[in-house]
Structures are given as C-alpha cells and as structure tokens.
Design a protein around this ligand. Structure first.
Ligand code: NAD
Length: 496
C-alpha cells in the first residue's frame, strides 16, 4: 500500500479539500507506485495564500542575518540527507544517481550562498545632486511569492527560488510538478526542521490547470517565479500581465555546441555526450544541435557514434547505468513523434537510435535509445523545436561565420558552447552568440549556483536566477532621500 502524502499549510500537513489523490509512479518501472499525493484545487491555494500573507508580516521583521542562519541550518540538513534525497529524486524522475546527487548539491550550494546573502543584501549609497542631502537604496521583500517548478531538477530548481525568496523576507506558496512530489515534501520538511516559521512556506500539490492557475491568478500572491515550458510561460505572462503582477520566467531551450575544425575532437565528443544524453536529454540546457565544421565532420561523427553505442541504459539507481528513462509515456511519445518528423524531413539522416528501448528490465519503463540525426539544416523542425529527449542533430557548416548564423537561428537563447583552440574565435563567439550562457571548451551543461542563470529570446523574460541576480527577482528597490538642510530643496531646479 503506497504512502498517502498531504499538502502543507500554515505549518501542518493537511488533506486536500477535494479528498482526491493521484498516484506517482517510477518512470523506470511503471508498476511501482511511489506514493499518492493530493489532487488539490483553488480552495487549498486560498488557504495557503492566506497563511502565507499572515506569516509574511512577522517573517519580514526577522533580521536578514537571522533568516540566513535558518537557511544555513537547512544547508546542513541537506548535506546530511543528500543521499536519501538523491535516491528519492532518481526514483521519481529517473536520472542516474550521480546526477541527482549533483541536483541536491546545487541546492546545498544555493542555500550556502543565500545564507551569506543575509549579511549582504546590499543597497547603494550615492551622492545627492543637492547639498546636505543623503541618497541611498534599500531592498524590500515583495510579499507572498508563488513558486511553480518542473520535474527535471526536483531539488535544485525549487531551491533556486525558495532560498532567495526567503532571505529577502518573502513567504511562499509552492507548487512542484506532479511527477516529482516527494522530493518537494522532503525539501519542505528540511526547511521546517531548520526553523522556517509556520505559514512562511506552504506546499500545494496538483495540476497546472487547477493549482497552478489558482496561484498565478490569486490576488494575494504578488510575484510568480516559474520554470517550465515556453508554452506555459507565455500563458503565465499573459495572466500576470492582465493583473500587473511581477513574473520571472525560465523556459525552454534549443541549445547547440559548435565544433571548429581545430578543436580537440575527443574533448568535444565528451562534451556532446554529456550535453545531449545527460538527464536523457531532459535539461533546459541540453545540447540538441551539434554544429560541426565540415573538415571535422567525419572524424567527429565517427567518434560520437562509437561512444554513443556504448551508453548503458537502465534504472538510474543501478551503479552501471549511464542514461535513465524519460519522465513518462506522453514524453516518450512526443520524442518518438519528433523522430518520425526528423526522418521525413528533407535530407536529415538517422544515424542511430530512433526507437524506444524495451529490452530486459527496461520493458517496464519509459526508456528511449540515444538518437543521432545528421545532415541537418536550420529550417528543419527538429532543428527548431524543443524535443526534450535523447535526440541530437548534427549540422555541418563551412566556416565560423556560418556556425554563428546557425547557432543564432532559433527562437530560444539559453545555453551555447564552442570548442576551439583559437582564442580569437572563442572571444568572437562569446560576443556574437545570442544566449544567456556561453561555454568555451565545455558543454552546454554546467551552471554554478553563484552565477546568473537564464536566457534571452523565448527562454526568458529578462530576469536571471541564481547568484546575486536572483535577489533582484525577490526584492523591490526602495529609494531613500534624507534632507538635513532644514529647508525646501528642489531637485533639478536648485542648481547652486
Ligand atoms: P511545464 O510547463 O509543462 O510545467 C512546469 C510547471 O508548470 C509544472 O509544475 C506544471 O504543473 C505547471 N503548469 C502547467 N500548466 C500550468 C498553467 N496553465 N498554469 C500554471 N502552472 C502550470 O514544463 P515541464 O514539462 O514540467 O518541464 C519541461 C520544460 O521546462 C522544458 O521546456 C524545459 O526547457 C523547461 N525548463 C526550463 C529551465 C530553465 O531554467 N530555463 C529549467 C528546467 C526546465
């Protein structure tokens, strides 16, 4: 009998008003039910928003360094429970243990960084244009924050939002993806054990169309921090726009790695394998296009194929596994559908993979073979649309200039990479590539928690998570003028 989990409102685990629940299953073994979780509705969100609004009044008064101490305690608990959390995340979303350990580590790094931010939260002091007048800025919390997250980084992504929100003095209504609910439960338990007061963090399970929509439209929730697809992000932006509500959106990607003919090809293949097939291609930063100089094409393709054939597919909890399953059956169907599109597209050639992997123990999960297409051109749908699976397209180019044109020929702009030994080309690429993150001689994957993370074009709406830029999302600037002249001074008018 699977464990029944509850929502968390005002410091208590409570049943959903509907009394209804959904099952969550293991994508590596679909008959394994991991737990049942509340199918909540707008009335549950209402209670959570009310609790968060009440708790905000006290939480914002707690000095930021004290809030930082609680977050540091959460970091220590995350360190102690790293292995347990990693195993839960692997069971829920399938990626291999090495990767879920990294996922939790990113949460630890973020907690440590944000705990320190409690003793910074820097504003500015600056001269006034008038005599005997002092000018400065301070940061104020935004209020109640709605946090909506995807399943592919079940620990890291929530922590990227929760820790900066908390250090700034906000309270939270948190809705995780329905595929990774237990990871969210464990995270909230850790926050509670660390000393986050009742009502400051509230957790509501349920679908995007019910719970997600109730969060984004709720009048007491002042800011939406969302990570997920561009389609959902567009909907959230329009709903927030109607209400003049602040929203920070982290969305899809169609990331590419350029390989110049002078590159170390073995290193470039290492990067391509990790970028394309890590997390079974289900990362916003996954490499889905390989833009290869014609002179390096044969060597690179041959090496990539040989290495890809050796990838061990299986349950992410098994020691030897190098690539786990896709998240669920609809996602596997979506990936397979794109493979069909690719096969029918002009000139694209399927080099390997292109079908589900259902051998042996894998017959019980949503596995898919690593898939490589070649002869791609930028007009193809598989070169333009986010597939979110282990599918990569090789696109030959004649020179650096064409590579830059191809890499920028996409609606997205999250992460890009170039492999070359030519320093001049590397710097030119950094300048010309249109994306939020550029890597030189390393793959499109590898963000660190103290640097800004986010993208341009349809990947984002102008914000950056992680590092100090996350603080800009979760706080409002307040500008303060203090006049100690004892008389009326008029800015822009009194010039002496
Ligand atoms: P998704 O957009 O389907 O869902 C994300 C979250 O939004 C889930 O919690 C979902 O329940 C909720 N949601 C869905 N519809 C909603 C609605 N109408 N109103 C409010 N909430 C709603 O995305 P997904 O399939 O969970 O994740 C994959 C996508 O996330 C990919 O496009 C990937 O690129 C993107 N992603 C982006 C980043 C980034 O930082 N840029 C990181 C990870 C994933």
């Amino acid at each position: 009998m699977a464990t029944k989990f509850k929502n968390f409102i005002n410091g208590k685990w409570v049943e959903p008003d509907s009394g209804k629940y959904f099952e969550n299953i293991n994508p590596a073994s679909k008959t394994e039910v991991l737990g049942v979780f509340p199918r909540s509705e707008s009335s549950d969100v209402e209670k959570a928003a009310q609790a968060a609004e009440n708790a905000f009044e006290k939480w914002k008064e707690v000095p930021a360094p004290k809030r930082g101490e609680i977050i540091l305690k959460a970091a220590q608990l995350l360190i102690e429970k790293k292995e347990e959390l990693a195993r839960i995340a692997t069971r829920e979303m399938g990626k291999i243990l090495m990767e879920t350990r990294g996922d939790v580590q990113e949460g630890i790094d973020t907690a440590i960084y944000m705990a320190g931010e409690g003793r910074r939260l820097f504003g500015q002091t600056t001269p006034s244009e008038l005599r005997n007048k002092f000018a400065m800025t301070v940061r104020a919390p935004v209020g109640v924050v709605g946090i909506i997250t995807p399943w592919n980084f079940p620990v890291a992504i929530p922590t990227w939002k929760i820790f900066p929100a908390l250090i700034c003095g906000n309270s939270i209504v948190f809705k995780p993806a329905t595929d990774t609910p237990e990871s969210a439960i464990r995270l909230v338990e850790i926050l509670t054990e660390a000393g986050i007061p009742d009502g400051v963090i509230n957790l509501i399970f349920g679908s995007g169309s019910d719970v997600g929509k109730a969060i984004i439209t709720h009048p007491k929730i002042n800011l939406i921090s969302f990570t997920g697809s561009s389609e959902t992000g567009r909907f959230i932006a329009s709903e927030c726009g109607k209400r003049l509500k602040k929203c920070a959106l982290e969305m899809g990607g169609k990331n590419a790695q350029i390989i110049i003919d002078d590159a170390d090809l073995d290193l470039a293949v290492d990067g391509a394998l990790w970028g394309a097939f890590g997390t079974t291609g289900q990362r916003c930063t996954a490499t889905s296009r390989l833009i290869v100089h014609k002179k390096a094409l044969d060597d690179f393709s041959h090496k990539l194929l040989e290495r890809t054939k050796k990838i061990i597919i299986g349950n992410g909890l098994d020691q030897d596994t190098q690539m786990g399953p896709l998240i669920n059956e609809p996602q596997r169907e979506k990936v397979h559908n794109y493979v069909g599109i690719g096969k029918n597209e002009d000139k694209a050639e399927l080099l390997m993979g292109g079908e589900p992997h259902a051998e042996g123990k894998c017959s019980q999960g949503f596995f898919y073979k690593p898939t490589i297409f070649t002869n791609g051109n930028p007009g193809m749908r598989i070169a333009q649309e986010e597939i979110f699976g282990p599918v990569v397209l090789i696109m030959p180019v004649k020179d650096f200039d064409e590579a830059i044109k191809v890499i920028n020929n996409t609606q997205y702009g999250l992460s890009s990479s170039i492999y070359t030994k030519d320093l001049n080309l590397a710097f030119k690429a950094v300048e010309k590539i249109q994306s939020g993150i550029v890597y030189v001689n390393s793959p499109t994957i590898g963000a660190e928690s103290h640097l800004p993370f986010g993208g341009v074009k349809d990947t984002g709406n102008g914000h950056r998570e992680a590092g100090v830029t996350a603080i800009d999302i979760f706080s409002e600037w307040k500008t303060v003028y203090i006049d100690y002249s004892g008389r009326l001074q008029k800015a822009q008018i009194d010039t002496e």
